[in-house]
Design a protein around this ligand. Structure first.
Ligand code: UDP
Length: 249
């Protein structure tokens, strides 16, 4: 069941929050105690498309504590559907705000995902950027034994966990294992560890402001064309849904 207070964009409910509100709601979760780990997802059009076909991914997204609109495509689609979201909440900027808070308050962070060795490099760079940040553990994202990884995470006793396994694996992984994890907040962040480690680069701010991050990424990684071709199709589907007067595509 989709959360009624969310804005439906082609079948996925998004929280219409500003970046500041997203951070304060997350801090409230970090301050809470007990129960399963609560998690945050930042779906882009590609994930919305996966959720149409994949009910496990859709349930995982729906059960998130916060569904943040990352990707300009989601914002455009919401506009086309006539139910605009407040603004884009970019996963990596939202994560940066949380990192500052964790550094200030001494919350422990665990980094899960990316190829072997990348999370460690990202951890070093993050420690250098956020004075006092406590990164209590890292693990690469290419594993098959969930139980061993969960045991390693719990042994490190993090307050927050960044899950960077790519979509929709990261969303289904955290949904499936939320009850077994002792952390308070988990955030699904796709390729963020690669960015922090310096092996993937974010678009320059001007490109970001123009909503052209996707184009920058495509120019740097042309093999993504197959995935990105779905963006215009996604917008066409939003137009179709608007004409038919529905939002579910
Ligand atoms: N990844 C991983 N385990 C997997 C598949 C992918 O840890 O089984 C990592 C991959 O190394 C990369 C990130 O997940 O660091 C996905 O990055 P991408 O930019 O493709 O993210 P998306 O666009 O899917 O959010």
């Amino acid at each position: 069941m989709q959360n009624q207070s969310r804005v439906d964009v082609l079948g996925v409910g998004f929280d219409a929050v500003t970046p500041d509100a997203a951070v304060s709601r997350s801090v409230a979760i970090l301050e809470s105690r007990g129960g399963a780990v609560r998690y945050v997802v930042t779906p882009n059009p590609e994930i919305v498309e996966s959720c149409r076909r994949d009910t496990v991914a859709r349930d995982a997204v729906e059960n998130a504590a916060l569904v943040l609109p990352d990707g300009i495509g989601v914002i455009y689609a919401a506009k086309i559907l006539g139910r605009p979201l407040k603004t884009r909440v970019t996963g990596i900027d939202y994560a940066a705000a949380l990192l500052e808070i964790c550094a200030e308050r001494g919350y422990g962070l665990y980094l899960l995902g990316a190829k072997s060795g990348i999370a460690e490099v990202a951890a070093d760079k993050l420690r250098a950027t956020y004075d006092g940040l406590r990164i209590v553990g890292t693990h690469d994202g290419y594993f098959s034994d969930d139980a061993a990884v969960i045991a390693a995470i719990n042994a490190a006793e993090p307050h927050m966990l960044f899950v960077c396994l790519g979509a929709p694996r990261q969303e289904t992984w955290i949904a499936r294992n939320a009850e077994k994890l002792d952390a308070r907040l988990a955030v699904c962040l796709g390729g963020a560890l690669d960015v922090w480690a310096g092996i993937a680069r974010r678009a320059p701010v001007r490109w970001q402001k123009l909503g052209l991050e996707w184009l920058y990424r495509l120019l740097r990684e042309p093999r993504r064309i197959g995935r990105m071709i779905k963006l215009p199709l996604f917008l066409v589907r939003a137009v179709g849904a608007r004409i038919r007067g529905g939002g579910h595509g």
